[in-house]
Every structure is written in C-alpha cells, then in structure tokens.
Ligand binder design. Structure first.
Ligand code: RI2
Length: 320
C-alpha cells in the first residue's frame, strides 16, 4: 500500500487501533523507501514528507509518531541512497517485529493478573487488552467479559466478535450501562492510545468514566500498553492532543440541519488520571502508572535532546 493510501485508511479509521496504525505506518515507510531516488538529499526529503503525512493523520495515538520516529532514525547516519534505503527498511521490519512480539508478551504478562472465574469489563477494541483475556482463557481460566458498545464508531462490535470467536462468554452493553453492572465486575482491562510521563492514560472516549466508576466500586483497572505508546514529549510538559472527529459520526447531517442551535461535540479520546489505574502491563513487565517515566527513559530509547524538538516540526525526520 502506498503512503497516501495508508494515510487515508488511518484517517478514515479503516485501519485503526493504536498498535495497528503504528505497524501500518512502518510498513508504508518501508515500501516507500524502495522507490527510485536520485541522491541521498532527495531521498531524505521524500521520506520526511511521507513521514509527515502519516503522522498528520491522527493526532492522539502516540504509537504513530513513535513508530515513524523509530523508522526514520534509519536515515540518520546514511551516506548513500542505498544505505538510507536499507536503514529505513531494516528499522521498519524491526519495529513491526518488535510490535508483534510486544503484543504476545503483554498477553502473557496480562493473563497472570486474571484469575479463574473473573468477570472482566473492557471498553473499545484493543488487541493487547483482548490478548490478555484470550491468553487467560487459553490457560484454562474460565472468564466472562462485559464489552461496551463504544459510540459513535461501535468498536465494541469488533470486540464482541473476537471474544465470541475465542469462545469467551460475553455480555454486550451500551456505554451508559457500565455503572449498573460494575458490582458484577472483578477487573477492568483496557488498551491505550498514549501514556503520559505522570501515568495518565489517554484512551477511547468513555474510558475515564469507566475507570472512575471502577475506582468508586473498588474494582482494579489494568491498562495494556506497548512501550511505544508512552509519550516522550510529555516529559517536557507537552500535552497529548485529543482528536475531535466529525460531528457526522454522532448525528446525521440530515438531523443536524434541523437543529441550528445544537453543536455536536465528538472527542475521540479522554484522559484517565494515574490514580484510577492500578497497573500498566507492557511487554517489559507490569508497572504501576507512576513508573511511566522509567519506561520512557529506559525502553523507548529517546535521549533527552529529542524531547526538546519542537512539537509538530518534522524536520528531524530528514536527519537534519
Ligand atoms: P490497541 C483505539 O483507538 C482504542 O482507543 C483502543 O483502546 C486503542 O486504540 C488501543 O488499541 P481507535 O483507533 O493498539 O479505535 O491496543 O480510535 O489495539
């Protein structure tokens, strides 16, 4: 798939989920690197434009710029076009492989926190959160899941199909029914689009309501998140931008036209503070949210100079 095609599919959410969009971006950059280029300068410029286009598609999931940054680092030391190309291809393959490995590791680590007989609540559609549940079931633990609908894009439909196909007993509820069922729940497991340095988790809109409800009911909340979902620039105080999507996802244009005094608001994500999260399960192990900085420092491989790059400026992708 070409870079513009991948960008369009990420934007329209045909490709969605923070991990999947990161891998799709890495694949698109890898394939783009195989195109003809007359010299190193032209190649780096071309790759920087492709990187910028991919990063611009969705602003919240930090897995996307982290993946692009990782792949583009393959250009940094290249002196020839061939070196630059193989650098990008190698880093892209490395990212895709380590992402797939991380998904497996998180399932293994996350399953340890699920007990036989647990009733689990999940919100949205997270491959790593689901991976933990499927692994627990594979180990012979009998679990039951409550999955929310996830308005407006109904990602819950994907979740219940996956759970159904895995043979897991599942209850499908509307988003507003979470508090009505919270006393039946032993554990909440969700994914993440971004984790900040202070352990706050940015995830699908409604996650913070779920976590708040769980905290009130003394139900533990686990977040499943690969290390590349941790946001390095939050170390220097940069905020995670919350994507606000088209009003048409919530209310049809036809109805909206009859309501001139009504403005539809459609934020796609919200922020759950660390105090409502008990554990973040990464491929490096499970950590309390307060240890998020350690992941950024030790495992993400960013050095402090990179934290200070101007937000939005993608000049560094060209290796300049
Ligand atoms: P995985 C999704 O965002 C959801 O918020 C989900 O919890 C998160 O990405 C992580 O997904 P969207 O693309 O990477 O549906 O765990 O807006 O699959």
């Amino acid at each position: 798939m070409t870079v513009p095609e991948t960008a369009e599919k990420i934007k329209s959410m045909e490709i969605r989920g923070a991990g999947r969009i990161a891998r799709a971006a890495a694949e698109a950059l890898r394939d783009h690197a195989l195109l003809d280029a007359k010299d190193t300068g032209a190649f780096k410029k071309e790759m920087a434009q492709a990187a910028a286009l991919l990063v611009s598609t969705r602003p919240t999931a930090v897995s996307l710029p982290n993946a692009v940054h990782f792949v583009m680092a393959g250009l940094a030391a290249a002196k020839t076009v061939d070196e630059a190309k193989s650098g990008v291809v190698h880093r892209a393959e490395q990212f895709i492989h380590s992402s797939q490995h991380a998904v497996g590791k998180i399932a293994e680590f996350g399953a340890r926190h699920i007990r036989d007989g647990d009733v689990i609540l999940t919100h949205c559609n997270s491959e790593v959160a689901l991976g933990c549940m499927i692994e627990a079931q594979r180990q012979g633990k009998e679990i039951e899941v409550f999955a929310t609908e996830v308005r407006p894009r109904n990602q819950g439909h994907i979740t219940i199909r996956t759970l159904n196909d895995a043979g897991i007993k599942t209850n499908f509820i509307v988003d507003s029914a979470v508090r009505s069922f919270i006393n039946d729940i032993d554990l909440v497991i969700v994914g993440a689009d971004a984790v900040t340095v202070n352990g706050a988790v940015v995830n699908k809109i409604g996650t913070s309501q779920v976590a708040h409800t769980a905290a009130e009911a003394r139900v533990n909340v686990i977040v499943a998140a690969e290390t590349y979902k941790f946001a390095p620039r939050t170390v220097v105080g940069e905020l995670i931008e919350i994507e606000e999507r088209s009003p048409g996802e919530v209310l049809s244009d036809e109805i909206a036209r009859t309501l001139p005094n009504v403005k539809v608001r459609n934020p796609a994500f919200d922020v759950t503070p660390a105090e409502y999260i008990d554990l973040i399960v990464t491929e490096q192990g499970a950590i309390p949210p307060q240890m998020a900085y350690v992941i950024i420092r030790e495992y993400l491989g960013w050095d402090i100079g990179e934290f200070n790059l101007a937000g939005g400026s993608l000049a560094h992708f060209s290796g300049e």
